[in-house]
Ligand binder design. Structure first.
Ligand code: FMN
Length: 198
């Protein structure tokens, strides 16, 4: 186990739900507790792209394997009374994957109106690692300014741009090599064959 015991993973309405799936699988072997939040649009796109099914009333999700779900607790995106809404219970690190530019705009504005935007605001003010795996193309000047603002405030901006130098054979491998770089950013350094060896 690493120093990260409590990780918050948020899935928003950008393409790239596979990154969330592969990241949860990788993190589950390293982290005691993983909080998971999907925005309504994040759940829609995850259903379309990777077949996840989220029941927001029962707070249940099908899709991630049982060994992963053993570490995961799903939170409602509007549950502003949940632990992650408070600075006194900030997660050790937060990753938004994939992250829409709508969400980056809301975080950059300091809205704090959902668990995703409030937990991000908490991480920034409490100086906890916040990684935004942003997926949009092309980016407008407004998007770029929001990202620049977030970077200045301490967030790590990781465009969902996976590396090809390690010769991935499958789309899952490609995603795995990328999410390993994302997890590096929160101090979870996994052994995997996709690292550049020189
Ligand atoms: C199929 C589909 C794919 C989308 N992909 C992206 C994307 O890659 N990046 C993005 O910023 N928005 C994308 N959007 C738009 C967002 O889902 C939309 O702006 C939404 O309001 C984001 O809300 P959220 O950030 O609260 O999840 C997509 C929408 C649809 C229907």
């Amino acid at each position: 186990m690493s120093g990260v015991r409590n990780l918050l993973v948020c899935v928003t309405g950008a393409s790239g739900a596979i990154y969330a799936d592969r990241l949860l699988r990788a993190a589950a072997s390293q982290v005691e507790r993983i909080g998971l939040v999907l925005t309504p649009q994040g759940a829609e796109i995850a259903a379309h792209e990777i077949g996840w099914a989220v029941d927001f009333e029962a707070l249940e999700i099908t899709g991630p394997p049982p060994n992963v779900m053993a570490r995961v607790r799903l939170y409602h995106p509007n549950d502003l009374s949940c632990r992650y809404a408070s600075g006194s219970a900030a997660p050790d690190a937060m990753i938004v994957v994939p992250c829409s530019v709508g969400t980056t705009g809301r975080i950059a504005s300091g809205l704090g109106d959902t668990v995703v935007t409030r937990a991000a605001a908490v991480c920034l003010k409490e100086r906890r690692p916040l990684v935004l795996v942003v997926r949009e193309s092309p980016l407008s000047l407004i998007d770029l300014r929001n990202l620049s603002r977030l970077s200045e405030a301490g967030a790590v901006i990781m465009p969902a741009a996976p590396p090809f130098y390690s010769g991935p054979q499958t789309i899952e491998q490609l995603a795995d090599y990328f999410v390993a770089r994302v997890l590096d950013q929160v101090g979870l350094r996994l052994d995997h064959p996709g690292r550049w060896g020189g």
